[in-house]
Ligand binder design. Structure first.
Ligand SMILES: [Fe+2]
Ligand SMILES: [Fe+2]
Length: 288
């Protein structure tokens, strides 16, 4: 990303200070590369994924929730792959990788692991529902962006620990500020830009980290369809009250967002209903 030099230095400082963010799992990187090939071999994919016990466990837990509508309980990755569509495999795999970053509460944003995980999953499900209705054929970058859009909150929370009180105070005293403006005043960066920097360092494609960068930026979010869909999904999931923290209503949305996302107004209601039902089913499966 082209950053002003002050911001680049701040991001360096943030990432130097943080040693608790693990690397994005190599297993997941390999699996995502395999998934880019149309003629995917499930056996090869299975060999790659099963190396990581945490991802495998998350994968099986997720697919066995009612949200994925499998006809029977599956016990192996291969069984799951054979019953899921390719886009569902991509979705569940990315979601499974993400689960391991969401184990601790994000104190500053007032989020429990359950809230941030449900919010992230719901945002991914919403993006998937909107993309399917809008005929997006290769949605994996969108899934990644939508599922990981708030990952910067984890980084900021680790970096600032004590600053978060200030952030809340600034927002209380200046209700006209958006949450992102307050993050800039207090921290000099926002969770979108920090999350994007993390994903860039992890080697994700620009389409992904740009969408994460843009998800609260009213002009950037109009620049690509993936960014617009990510921002729209997040906004809808916030309005539905799924796993939201202190920042739930402190954002604006620009005109032209639906056009940039190529989403028709008539698709919003069914996508909301579908996301709600699936998110509830996943929650019941994961947190019962
Ligand atoms: Fe966000
Ligand atoms: Fe969000």
């Amino acid at each position: 990303m082209n950053q002003p030099s002050g911001l680049a230095a701040l991001l360096d400082e943030i990432f130097q200070k943080i040693d608790r963010i693990p690397n994005f799992p190599e297993t997941a990187q390999k699996a995502l590369r395999l998934l880019q090939d149309e003629r995917l071999d499930f056996k090869e994919l299975e060999r790659v994924v099963r190396h990581d016990a945490a991802i495998t466990a998350n994968f099986l837990k997720l697919v066995n929730s009612a949200a994925f509508g499998l006809p029977r309980k599956v016990n192996t990755l291969l069984q799951a792959f054979s019953l899921l569509g390719i886009n569902q495999i991509k979705f569940v795999l990315i979601a499974s990788c993400m689960g391991q970053y969401l184990k601790e509460p994000i104190k500053g944003y007032n989020l429990t692991p359950e809230q941030i995980w449900t919010h992230s999953l719901a945002c991914g499900l919403m993006a998937e529902a909107l993309a399917r209705r809008g005929g997006l054929s290769r949605p994996e970058n969108l899934f990644t962006a939508a599922l990981l859009h708030d990952i910067g909150k984890i980084v900021i929370d680790l970096y600032v620990e004590g600053e978060m009180e200030n952030l809340r105070e600034v927002l209380q005293k200046n209700p006209e500020l958006t949450f992102m403006q307050a993050e800039w005043i207090v921290l000099g960066a926002d969770h979108g830009i920090v999350g994007a920097e993390l994903l860039r360092r992890w080697g994700f494609p620009k389409e992904v980290y740009f969408a994460v960068r843009a998800h609260h930026d009213e002009s950037l979010m109009l620049e690509t369809r993936t960014a617009a869909l990510t921002a729209l999904s997040n906004a809808l999931v916030n309005l539905m009250g799924i796993g939201t923290g202190v920042d739930v209503f402190a954002y604006h949305l620009p005109e032209g967002l639906l056009e940039a996302a190529k989403v028709s107004e008539k698709d919003l209601y069914p996508a909301i209903v579908e996301t709600f039902e699936k998110a509830e089913a996943i929650k019941a499966g994961l947190f019962a």
